[in-house]
Design a protein around this ligand. Structure first.
Ligand code: MRU
Length: 380
């Protein structure tokens, strides 16, 4: 199962707001439409918004390749500024998941490199850098890089799943939060990938999925995709996490990440921090799973990670219906930060990293990423 499709001229996104009731695909033909889809949560999950945004840059490059070029030559400056503007719009769509800006910058770097190459035969001439490459070649470069990002993410998920599976209990309960599966990545998922690989290796797991208010990613998405794969899923409301831990139902917690600071502090879906505190209080290991593209070594600690504030209406309403008096104010931080000291290990495509994270995360920067030949997608 994949939550996106690229047909060469448009990006199709499975509308995650409509799941599990119906499977509706939304077509995006411009970078602006991709940015709107990210903002509106049609597509979500840190790695997948990165993949979508990379294709958004490819769409911007295609648009730019279409002209108009009245004198038959690429209008270099206009081309560059329209690409930079599209990249800015995409990066601004959601602030917390670093994968978004990372993926956009990766495609833009390829484009800037191509633009800065001197055209054959113009050595020493005053040709502007921006006229060095034909716009349709730029579109191909952007598309190629977006495909590479997607297939590397698929490989990363597989590597995370393989590295994390041995950490899961042979028999027992594992609690997970939000959605970290095929609906959040280009592969089998991060935390969900670990659960999938552990079950495939013969672990007998009961997965406790928190419903994940207010967007209900756990109830609507995680339960949906893991049940389709035949996993044993028990849904709980967020406020039941303490109960299931106290009762001994849970032997491990595994969650995803939207941004991991250099010291290991991790931003993830709001509610993750409370789960980590509860896990520590009950002596339960707490694992974070993420591709290395989620690590942001430029941010020294979680205090510097921007936390997205979403509309309070997403808290006061459920499926469009008010569940609170109209006068009440509501708070909606979409993420929170779990301090590194509460994290037992960070499972990445570059291996299982242990504290102190300053050194293990920095060392992992030199490890080569998982190869696309290792890629897999979920069976369903
Ligand atoms: C592999 S996805 C990891 C995280 O992105 C996930 O846990 C999460 O917090 C998603 O939040 P969302 O707001 O649904 O995009």
């Amino acid at each position: 199962m994949r939550a996106y499709r690229w047909d060469g001229s448009s990006l199709w996104l499975l509308d995650q707001r409509r799941l599990p009731a119906e499977e509706v695909w939304v077509r995006c033909v411009s970078a602006g439409e991709v940015a709107s889809a990210i903002r509106a949560m049609i597509v979500r999950g840190a790695p997948l918004i990165g993949v979508a945004a990379a294709y958004g840059v490819a769409l911007a490059a295609k648009e730019a390749a279409g002209g108009p070029f009245p004198d038959g030559a690429p209008a270099g400056d206009r081309l560059v500024s329209s690409l930079e503007q599209a990249a800015g719009t995409l990066k601004a769509a959601r602030p917390t998941a670093v994968n978004l800006a990372w993926a956009v910058e990766r495609v833009m770097r390829r484009l800037r490199e191509a633009l800065s190459q001197e055209p054959a035969g113009s050595r020493g001439a005053a040709a502007t850098a921006a006229t060095a490459v034909a716009p349709d070649a730029l579109a191909r470069i952007a598309e190629e890089e977006a495909r590479a990002i997607a297939s590397e993410d698929e490989a990363s998920c597989w590597a995370i799943g393989e590295a994390g599976a041995p950490l899961m209990p042979e028999h027992g309960g594992v609690l997970t939060h939000c959605n970290t599966g095929a609906l959040a990545t280009a592969g089998i998922g991060t935390a969900a990938g670990i659960l999938r690989r552990a079950v495939a290796r013969g672990h007998s797991l009961r997965i406790y999925a928190t419903e994940t208010r207010p967007y209900l990613q756990g109830a609507r998405l995680t339960a949906w995709e893991l049940i389709r794969d035949g996993l044993d899923v028990t849904l709980i409301t967020d406020n039941m996490a303490g109960y299931v831990m106290q009762q001994g139902f849970v032997q491990a917690v595994v969650v995803g990440a939207d941004r991991i600071a250099a010291n290991g502090d991790t931003a993830n879906k709001v509610g993750t921090y409370a789960l980590a505190v509860l896990a520590a209080a009950h002596g339960i290991p707490f694992y974070v799973a993420a591709p290395y593209s989620t690590v942001d070594l430029s941010v020294s600690s979680g205090a510097a990670i921007p936390i997205e504030e979403r509309s309070p209406e997403e808290v006061t309403h459920l499926a469009g219906m008010p569940i609170a008096p109209p006068q009440v104010s509501a708070l909606h931080p979409a993420f929170d930060v779990t301090p590194a000291r509460l994290i037992t290990a960070i499972v990445t495509d570059r291996g299982v990293l242990r504290p102190p994270y300053e050194s293990s995360l920095a060392r992992a920067a030199a490890v080569p990423p998982a190869r696309p030949s290792e890629r897999r997608v979920p069976s369903s």
